[in-house]
Design a protein around this ligand. Structure first.
Ligand SMILES: [Zn+2]
Length: 429
């Protein structure tokens, strides 16, 4: 499907309608920031979902609330509720879906302003979650509303979802929506996740993640006669030495062709999350050879690496130690596997969005990929929608910081980009 031709006059009308409703958009965003949807633990999700849902309903969407029934994180104390809005066009396809997560990370220290007051100073709105990513939700809702206020009707279908738990993996959020069939390639052609991408970047995807635990096993003995035992800590030390001095340098030579930001994250990497073993440090000590030790690792991998290769080289190292020392015993456990995703930059969604960014911002859009992951993995891997990117107002560098803010002009610019993208992808009657 190619983007529809939309006259310059129509595009101007849409942009001036965004300018006309900006005060409404900003006041809706303030209301949203004032609902402290903090995750963990997942507070006020129903209030957050309803605020978004009521606005969507007012703007002509059919709305549904989707509680993550059957998920262990969906509890009476902290229900996981997502909101979904659909505005049907005269044709079901193409269909463009905007998704934004409305959970925010905890406040943390160092704020000089009330994190939930949504105060505006010098053209910036301050608050937890303004950039990451409630401004994106406001921008996409008002982008489509500006099209409607311009007296235009989209030909294809627009959907908007507000989802939960992105900050903790998105399993009761976008993953749940995808598994339950709310999102899927049989319904959706394009998905824009409205995460903060500095207004002129398009995030095409993210690297892969492999969290794993290695436990080494030894034999307990009296600490005064360690030769009678086998130290699991010695085994772990050997392995950690291998990780630091063999694996890390090898990974540092593998560079992806994908434009991951920051550029130093274009290399494969591994980090040790935690190390354990022997007696608890706070307990009374007794003279014992440690019979159990281990560590948890965070391996970030590239589109160019296969998961089998990533895991295989760790297993190979461990097997090497075992071959050299018959007493070397270990177990290995996968904790989390996220495959990398990368949307082809030549697709309609990226090209159309990029053109609209250039039109509004007056500069070329930049393609980027994220060093960490976000909900795109669920859209691509579970819903199987190939054309999915992240684009939205707000600075990624502001995410999770004290005094988090978003520049108001960026929200307006993003809303224009989203509105123009929608009319070009979906066409107008
Ligand atoms: Zn986010």
């Amino acid at each position: 499907m190619a983007a529809a031709e939309v006259s310059a006059k129509v595009q101007d009308a849409i942009c001036s309608n965004v300018d006309q409703i900006k005060d409404e958009m900003i006041s809706f965003l303030q209301d949203l920031v004032r609902v402290p949807t903090v995750n963990p633990p997942g507070e006020n999700y129903i209030a957050g979902a309803e605020l978004i849902g009521n606005q969507l309903k007012k703007f002509g969407y059919e709305t549904d609330y989707i509680a993550a029934e059957g998920m262990k994180e969906h509890t009476v104390a902290h229900p996981r509720v997502n909101v979904f809005g659909r505005m049907k066009g005269s044709v079901a396809r193409p269909s463009l879906h905007f998704n934004g997560h409305f959970d925010v990370v905890p406040v943390g220290d160092g704020w000089t302003r009330d994190p939930f007051a949504a105060v505006i100073e010098d053209g910036k709105m301050y608050g937890r979650g303004v950039s990451d990513q409630k401004a994106g939700i406001a921008a996409s809702i008002y982008a489509i509303e500006a099209v409607r206020r311009a007296g235009l009707k989209l030909r294809g279908t627009v959907e908007q979802s507000g989802s939960v738990d992105e900050e903790s993996g998105g399993f009761a959020g976008v993953a749940y929506l995808a598994k339950q069939g709310w999102l899927g390639k049989d319904k959706n052609d394009y998905v824009i996740i409205t995460e903060p991408t500095d207004t002129s970047h398009i995030y095409l995807g993210h690297r892969g993640v492999y969290w794993f635990k290695v436990t080494t096993h030894g034999r307990i003995a009296h600490g005064s006669m360690p030769h009678l035992g086998v130290s699991a800590i010695d085994h772990l030390t050997d392995f950690l030495h291998g990780v630091t001095h063999d694996l890390k340098p090898k990974l540092a030579t593998r560079k992806t062709a994908v434009p991951v930001q920051p550029p130093k994250s274009r290399y494969a990497s591994i980090n040790v999350n935690s190390v354990f073993g022997g007696q608890p440090e706070e307990g009374t000590q007794s003279p014992c050879v440690a019979d159990r030790s281990g560590a948890i690792f965070d391996r970030r991998f590239l589109t160019e690496e296969s998961f089998d290769q990533v895991k295989g080289e760790v297993v190979e190292m461990l097997e090497g130690f075992k071959a050299a020392n018959p007493e070397f015993k270990y177990t290995m456990e996968d904790l989390m596997i996220v495959h990398p995703v990368h949307t082809d930059e030549s697709c309609d969604l990226v090209q159309t969005l990029g053109g609209c960014i250039e039109q509004v911002a007056g500069k070329k859009a930049t393609y980027a990929a994220s060093p960490g992951t976000y909900d795109q993995k669920h859209v691509v891997r579970i819903a199987n929608v190939a054309q999915c990117v992240a684009y939205g107002p707000g600075l990624l560098s502001q995410a999770h910081l004290p005094d988090e803010y978003c520049v108001i002009d960026d929200i307006i610019a993003s809303a224009k980009v989203m509105a123009l993208t929608a009319v070009q992808l979906l066409g107008i009657e």
